[in-house]
Design a protein around this ligand. Structure first.
Ligand code: AMP
Length: 433
């Protein structure tokens, strides 16, 4: 065992899984860029105060933050999420509204590591600042939905709720508080503590003894003002127009203290309840303001990469790609010719790899097999002397005319292109994917 290993909850993402991660981000960027979102790349570390504005009733801020004093004496934190940074950036740069941005990258939370839960984990997300239109909520949700569809996921459930206007929410919280106080004995110790800080979060409890009290608790829907009710109505109508199925869940409150009106969560139906939340979001007000900007409406979501990929594994979609080059060059004459040929191939847009250390023909051919290449180019002393090369198909069904053959060195690139085209045309669609 080497002396150093990754810290708990932190991982090396190795190939080919790392390629899958990059493609995940790429699919996401394709989906949201096509809807007018531009990428924001905020720093991974900010003044601690930026993250503290998320609210002091969330574990993310109170218990899980990686924070330290830097060499200049600043109290800084590694970002536990990116919404706060986006709002800080908005307050700092004052872009035109609506400001539609997306992000992708790691966040840090000092959580207890388990399946689908890490201390450094990746999210992708979008935020729109400066518009209060219910159809924007629908656009945001629909983009999340479309992203899952592009990955190939089918078993995703959308849960939807509205927390009403701030005044509705406040009245609801008050009523919840009295209700929980009257039923204190029936709540778990953890929920009693949560209740002191934020009664809404008690609704999140998955602990069995709490469930009876929670299911008889007052319902947010009874507290909606006419504005909140019509906003929520429009969101549901928009989702129905787009044929996006959803379930209303009055207990869906989500962590951020700033949430108002729409909240939603995407759940993976194949995952256990401890990690079935693939991602979620909602509408929030006040966050930009608390970071020194003007009063600004916001709506967005963050989707976790790890759990989404677990769901992909369960559904057998969006697998890690087989890393493969087009061509593997075998050179038994010392390797200098392989160097030239690889360079030529790569500059002609053909991916190529080779063996090093002048290994035997047999060992180089093993490397060729492992590389996943379609064809091998073989250079031995005869070829070197005759200024030729051998092209040998390695995979696919070897059909008439695709046998190994000698080609002139100066037409090698065009012959390789033709051989690759032939190899691809004889593959089944599954192999091509
Ligand atoms: P949140 O920012 O807490 O609303 O989380 C949004 C999504 O990010 C969740 O639904 C998860 O998919 C993912 N996520 C949150 N925390 C973690 C973590 N510690 N490890 C892996 N994924 C996480």
């Amino acid at each position: 065992m080497p002396e150093f290993q990754t810290s708990p909850g932190m991982r090396d993402i190795l190939p080919p899984e790392s390629t899958r991660w990059r493609r995940f981000q790429q699919v996401f960027a394709d989906v949201v860029e096509a809807a007018g979102y531009g990428e924001i790349i905020p720093p991974m570390m900010e003044d601690l105060g930026v993250f503290q504005r998320i609210g002091d009733a969330t574990d993310v801020v109170t218990k899980e933050m990686y924070d330290f004093i830097d060499k200049g004496g600043r109290h800084v934190g590694l970002r536990p999420e990116q919404t706060a940074s986006v709002c800080r950036a908005f307050a700092q740069h004052r872009p035109l509204t609506p400001w539609k941005v997306f992000y992708a990258g790691p966040n840090f939370r000092y959580e207890k590591p388990q399946r689908g839960r890490y201390r450094q984990f990746d999210q992708v997300g979008i935020e729109v600042l400066g518009a209060d239109d219910p159809y924007l909520d629908v656009e945001v949700i629909a983009l999340g939905w479309e992203f899952y569809r592009r990955l190939g996921l089918q078993q995703v459930d959308l849960l939807l709720n509205s927390l009403g206007e701030p005044a509705d929410r406040a009245a609801y919280v008050e009523s919840l508080q009295s209700y929980f106080e009257a039923n204190l004995d029936a709540l778990t110790e953890e929920s009693r503590i949560t209740m002191q800080k934020n009664p809404l979060r008690v609704l999140d409890s998955k602990r069995a003894p709490d469930q009876a009290v929670i299911s008889a608790a007052p319902k947010i829907a009874d507290f909606y003002s006419p504005d909140a009710a019509s906003h929520f109505e429009a969101v549901q109508q928009g989702l129905t127009d787009l044929s996006i199925p959803f379930t209303i869940d009055g207990k869906l409150v989500r962590g951020l203290d700033y949430y108002r009106r729409t909240t939603f969560e995407f759940q993976g139906a194949t995952l256990g309840s401890a990690q079935n939340a693939l991602g979620g979001g909602g509408r929030y007000d006040g966050l930009v303001e608390s970071l020194g900007g003007p009063p600004t409406h916001g709506v967005g979501f963050a989707l976790g990469l790890d759990r989404t990929l677990l769901a992909c594994d369960d559904e057998g979609v969006f697998a890690a790609p087989n890393a493969a080059v087009d061509v593997f060059v075998v050179d038994t004459t010392g390797g200098r010719e392989a160097l030239r040929i690889c360079n030529e191939l790569r500059s002609n847009g053909i991916s190529a790899d080779r063996a090093f250390e002048n290994r035997s023909m047999k060992s180089q051919m093993k490397g060729a097999d492992r590389s996943g290449a379609e064809i091998a180019i073989i250079i031995g002393s005869n070829e070197l002397e005759a200024d030729t090369a051998v092209i040998r198909p390695l995979r696919a069904a070897i059909t008439e005319g695709s046998q190994q053959r000698d080609v002139a060195r100066n037409t090698l690139i065009s012959d390789v292109k033709a051989a690759l085209a032939q190899a691809h045309s004889t593959q089944s669609p599954k192999e091509k994917a």
